[in-house]
Design a protein around this ligand. Structure first.
Ligand SMILES: [Zn+2]
Ligand SMILES: [Zn+2]
Length: 414
């Protein structure tokens, strides 16, 4: 059944490499036992010296170059690489030299097609079992906390630790902090005189005020802040807050006390920001969040340059209510957004107060509406606008996001 001459061309090889040629069949046996089984079938014991010429020690094998004998070493390396991380599951991956893989597949073809198991499977499996026995951490194929990739040519390990994702809502009361860290444009975050060696254009951000506590506790290497949209730096975020996901990369500690951290952040930043509703989520939630848009309500203080009456203001606001306006990309953002005319529905505009040419409005509008330009008209780029309707120059002085109407959410489309 097997061509002994062809097999001899590859000798000597270890029992594992021989057994792997039928690795996909004969469940419940390990490759060494399969190797012995093949030797029995070849009945080579009857020819003096034949077995010795075919079978080598694990370390002298011409197929795997002794890689199988290195498994105990890989177990030690992989266990050590994970030792600093509190993880509950792991997976082993291996990078194996291409020449070795092609030699292996040539050898396996002698015994028939599609019967053999790759050496990578055996290395992954047996190293995984060893690490599990060593560390008592569970080996898991689907979405493990850690993946250790062993480069078998160099005995190096690249460890990937699954990020932690924490979702919550934030409120922002401080009108001087940006949503995310903002690296200094001069030194790109390295630290220079202009940024007082902080590397940041703004000393704090919603991201840093929230993430610092999480970084400290999780001992992560980096944090990323994914917001469901963002407000301007000088706008407050009120109401139920804005959903966000905080991503912690390479965390050493995964078991975080979210309630305690939320409390700590809120107490330390009382008049600046607040977090609520903290919970662990999975990575796909980030894309979902990024693709969700909804109507928003704003509270704005506007100044009106020319003398106007409350009646005229109310009339103008009423005419905007329920109207689809046409908004050309404002010049202030045209460097990062395509120059387009976008139709946007203004759900409602309500006058709250009017005093000394200062007006307070509450506006609810479709996602992506530029509120400042809705008020000012942006030199005719937004039509109609409050300015054009009341025939006076109106300007937003203070803008706050009152709420995100997530009950009226839709898919992002531009
Ligand atoms: Zn071998
Ligand atoms: Zn700088």
């Amino acid at each position: 059944m097997f061509n002994l001459k062809e097999i001899q061309d590859f000798a000597p090889f270890c029992l594992s490499c021989l057994g792997r040629v039928v690795g996909k069949i004969g469940f419940g046996l390990d490759n060494r036992e399969r190797g012995i089984e093949i030797l029995n079938q070849l009945e080579i014991q009857e020819v003096a010296g034949l077995e010795d010429s075919l079978i080598s020690d694990d370390s002298d094998c011409k197929i795997c170059d002794g890689l199988i004998s290195e498994i105990p070493n890989f177990v030690v390396l992989a266990s050590a690489s994970m030792s600093e991380y509190s993880i509950s599951s792991f997976k082993i991956g291996t990078i194996v030299d291409k020449d070795l893989l092609s030699r292996e597949s040539d050898f396996q073809l002698v015994f028939g097609e599609n019967l053999g198991e790759s050496i990578k499977s055996q290395l992954n499996r047996e190293t995984g079992i060893g690490v599990w026995k060593n560390t008592a951490i569970e080996a898991k194929i689907e979405s493990p906390d850690a993946v250790a990739i062993i480069d078998t040519s160099y005995d190096t390990i690249e460890l990937e630790i699954k990020s932690l994702f924490i979702e919550g809502n934030y409120n922002k009361f401080d009108r001087t902090v940006p949503q995310t860290r903002w690296p200094c444009s001069r030194c790109k975050g390295m630290g220079c005189r202009r940024c007082d060696n902080t590397g940041q254009l703004y000393p704090d951000s919603v991201q840093s005020l929230i993430a610092n506590s999480f970084s400290r506790e999780s001992l992560c290497t980096e944090d990323l802040f994914h917001g469901m949209g963002r407000e301007d730096i000088d706008a407050a975020m009120l109401g139920d807050g804005r959903p966000f996901v905080l991503e912690l990369r390479m965390p050493k500690v995964r078991d975080l006390n979210l309630e305690g951290l939320g409390k700590e952040i809120n107490e330390a930043n009382k008049d600046r920001i607040k977090v609520s509703n903290l919970r662990f989520v999975d990575r796909p939630r980030v894309a979902e969040l990024k693709n969700t848009v909804c109507d928003k309500s704003y509270r704005v203080d506007i100044s009106v340059s020319d003398i106007t009456s409350i009646e005229s203001l109310k009339k103008g606001s009423q005419r905007l209510t329920g109207t689809v306006i046409e908004q050309r990309t404002p010049t202030r953002v045209s460097h990062r957004r395509a120059d387009l005319v976008r139709p946007r529905l203004i759900n409602s505009v309500d006058v709250v107060s009017f005093e000394d040419n200062m007006v307070e409005l509450v506006i609810r509008a479709q996602h992506g509406t530029y509120i400042r330009e809705l008020v000012s008209g942006d030199k005719g780029r937004t039509v109609p606008s409050l300015s054009s309707l009341i025939d006076a120059n109106c300007k937003v002085e203070v803008l706050d996001v009152l709420n995100l109407h997530l009950e009226a959410k839709e898919e992002k489309n531009d």
